[in-house]
Design a protein around this ligand. Structure first.
Ligand code: SAM
Length: 218
């Protein structure tokens, strides 16, 4: 282990406010929720990277809890360290694969918003099955979202954006809405915007009515 990695390990281990759970420690929904304290609702970010969005939103909206799901141990630890360093008590990170975590650890209709910013694009056709936005992932997102819950996502890849919109508009329980102008800026968003690259983003809201009826051919 490098000196920097060791320093980060110590930072987390010595931290009076642990902000990181590994998937096996995440146990039940109660285990990760207890890390967020008493909050009025929970929002989840899938693929939180270094945790820029989590920290900013947790500070901006302290009455809500924010959970980042990050598959990379390195990024999960960095994000958790950043939260701990800033003394943020209403956000935490779980190191886990997002689809299986949602499936096994997140209760139905328990999430107010699900954010996915700049998911790995896997641009080659033969790799598209590795993308996070797939029909089975959408199904889980719809299950965990509360009525009125939001999906907010962004990517710099036009083709991926079109595919995501197609997947989401296929569900009659989802309505596409205008994104508020000040949508959250993540580390990747900052990088792309600074370079003048286009960023495609959207917001969908889950109807408060009956659950999903996929409207094939809509
Ligand atoms: C391109 S980065 C974007 C990070 C951050 N959202 C941002 O906008 O700055 C994508 C992140 O998603 C994570 N990731 C990829 N697949 C994942 C999965 N199935 N479950 C959880 N995290 C995943 C990667 O490890 C990486 O940190």
């Amino acid at each position: 282990m490098t000196t920097t990695a060791l320093a980060r390990e110590r930072l987390l281990d010595d931290c009076p406010l642990p902000r990181l759970l590994c998937d096996d420690a995440a146990g039940s929904a109660a285990a990760w929720r207890s890390l967020l304290g008493t909050v009025e609702g929970v929002e989840i970010e899938v693929g939180c990277g270094r945790g820029v969005f989590l920290a900013a939103e947790a500070l901006r909206r302290p009455r809500l809890g924010f959970l980042g799901i990050e598959s990379s141990p390195k990024w999960a630890r960095l994000a958790a360290s950043a939260l701990a360093r800033q003394g943020i008590a209403n956000a935490a990170v779980v190191q886990a694969e997002a689809l299986s975590f949602l499936r096994t650890r997140v209760s139905e209709a328990s999430v107010e918003a699900l954010h996915v910013y700049f998911p790995d694009p896997w641009p080659r056709t033969r790799h598209e099955k590795r993308r996070i936005w797939r029909p089975d992932f959408v199904g889980e997102v719809l299950r965990v979202l509360a009525p009125g819950g939001k999906i907010i996502t962004a990517t710099d890849i036009r083709g991926y954006f079109i595919a995501i919109q197609r997947m989401l508009t296929a569900h009659a329980c989802l309505q596409q809405r205008e994104l508020p102008e000040a949508w959250p800026v993540t580390a990747y968003a900052r990088k792309f915007l600074d370079r003048g690259r286009p960023v495609f983003s959207t917001l969908f809201v889950k109807h408060a009515g009956p659950p999903d009826q996929e409207s094939h051919g809509a």
